[in-house]
Ligand binder design. Sequence first.
Ligand SMILES: O[C@H]1[C@H](O)[C@@H](O)[C@H](O)[C@@H](O)[C@H]1O
Length: 644
Amino acid sequence: MSRKSSDNDYNLRSMSNLMGERRKKVNDDGERSLIKASSNASINSLAADVPANAATSTRDLEREARKQFQQDVTPAFVYVLAAFSALGGFLFGYDTGVISGAMLLLKREMNLSALWQEVLISSTVATAALSALAGGLLNGVFGRRVCILLASFIFTAGGIVLSAAPDKEVLLVGRLIVGLGLGIASMTVPVYIAETSPPHLRGQLVTVNTLFITGGQFTASIIDGAFSYLRHDGWRYMLGLSVVPAVLQFVGFLFLPESPRWLIQKGLTQKARRVLSQIRGNQNIDEEYDSIKNSIEEEEKDCGGDGPVIWRMLTYPPTRRALLVGCGLQMFQQLSGINTVMYYGATILQMSGVRDDKVAIWLAGVTAFTNFLFTLLGVWLVERVGRRKLTLGSIIGTCLSLSLLAIGFLLSAQHTPPVTLHPTDPSMVNSTCNRHLLCEPCMLDPGCGFCYRENSTALFASSCVPVNTASTEKAAWGRCSNSTQLRVNTYWAYNYCPTSYSWVVLLGLVLYLAFFAPGMGPMPWTINSEIYPLWARSTGNACSAGVNWTFNFLVSLTFLHVAQNLTYYGAFFLYSSLALLGFFFIYGCLPETKSRRLEEIESLFDNQLCSCGATDSDEDRQVEYIRVKGSNYHLSDNDASDVD
Ligand SMILES: O[C@H]1[C@H](O)[C@@H](O)[C@H](O)[C@@H](O)[C@H]1O
């Protein structure tokens, strides 16, 4: 008999632990015997030698075992740990999400130039990339708990500085501080959750962290929308509110334990045993403890080479492959363009023709909500379909919907309205604007915008005129430079062209998030938290989180320029092709890690890097049989009912 898909290794173990204890007990009684065997062979023949008077007690034993087994499955404490840790994810989402709305107010109140706006947005992401790398070292030396405490302390300090900032320089300091926290939290939290969760729930609980990230982004968009009506100082509330979850996490973690795996690695074995029993409720922890300890000892033998961890990782083939897969996943997550949508959601919507500022802000909130909702689907799917299938399905859908988004922009460009008036201002003779004959090239020229009138049926009296250098919200001269006229039926389109194809872009956007969010959003974090052996886990996660933040920085910083140079549809076709490349990479290189114990995952990377698609089966996994006086137990994958 072979065991097909294995959802429930942990349950299996806890059952066998339980059986182990019972076995001891009945042996002590001297009346019964329990035989535990690990074999793929049928054990029916073993049943014959069972005395009949044992039948009743066996049934009792079964019933009790089943009851205990079901109670034992997951102590609530594991959820508490995951929820408090995932507040780090919430802060990640909130702090990256809130800035776009805050910027609308800040640029007016502090008179920020385009450069300052860019610096304030991207400085955080760049600092996060660096601090994620440093986080690896901190994690290894001080442990996961101290790093989470440190990150929440930094978030609190950053929130306070931001909300009290008197000028843009202090704002920049606040954003840099927040970036430090982001980097550390983003690499530590998934590792901590993975190390404290039982295997059958690990994927789900680590994915909850990404759910919190997208929840944070959604909350940020609501807060942005709500405080955008507060013209004066609204940004202080937007940026300062992050202090609340940060303080909550800090206080919570004062009472929460360190990861038992880290403790064992540091030789703090008694403490590790205490923590393990605490987080496993009333289950027997001997097997888990031994397995962690043995694997650490073996790891030390196998990879006991000298030099820094990153060097040992790169020179030891299984960890080198794992690192490539982990970093590749994070890179393709960002190259699929998620943060162009998250940071420039409102702008993309405007590009597609939604012209009202406020409507665009709220619609961007809908986008963030869709991201959140579909990440929830990911939490549900991850332990059902497994990481590999989920990621592959997600990236192919992402690639197709990016193409649809591009097609939407292409249709808008092909049906772009003509320029019908060609007014010239004698003082601006060098302007290229009056040479453009269509809206599309006019709008793509950073120095120009499209000024037009519209009645209920048609667009008329359109011109291409230079933009006001102080604010892109109006033209340098003419009808569209006059705020009163702009309020009637004259419109200024700086980064979009009026189009009747907005719905294609909107559809593409929603489909994009529906496909991206359950797989490509969370899986790179989840998979990275489980593919490295303990000695390499902090460093592996630090590198992959660093790659994530670096590509986040590159893609979001270049998006507007890419769109200007390649046109909007060109930009989205580019992201779509990168996602296709990602599909091939994942197809070839990502093994399934579902339900494996962290200690056994290393062996998945023993083979050549791109042979994972071929070795994707669970067929070689062990089946555990327990014989209880006359009954043959085949503890199969699915549920406790198998003991019947
Ligand atoms: O997994 C997350 C998530 O998908 C977020 O929405 C995105 O902003 C992050 O960059 C990403 O790492």
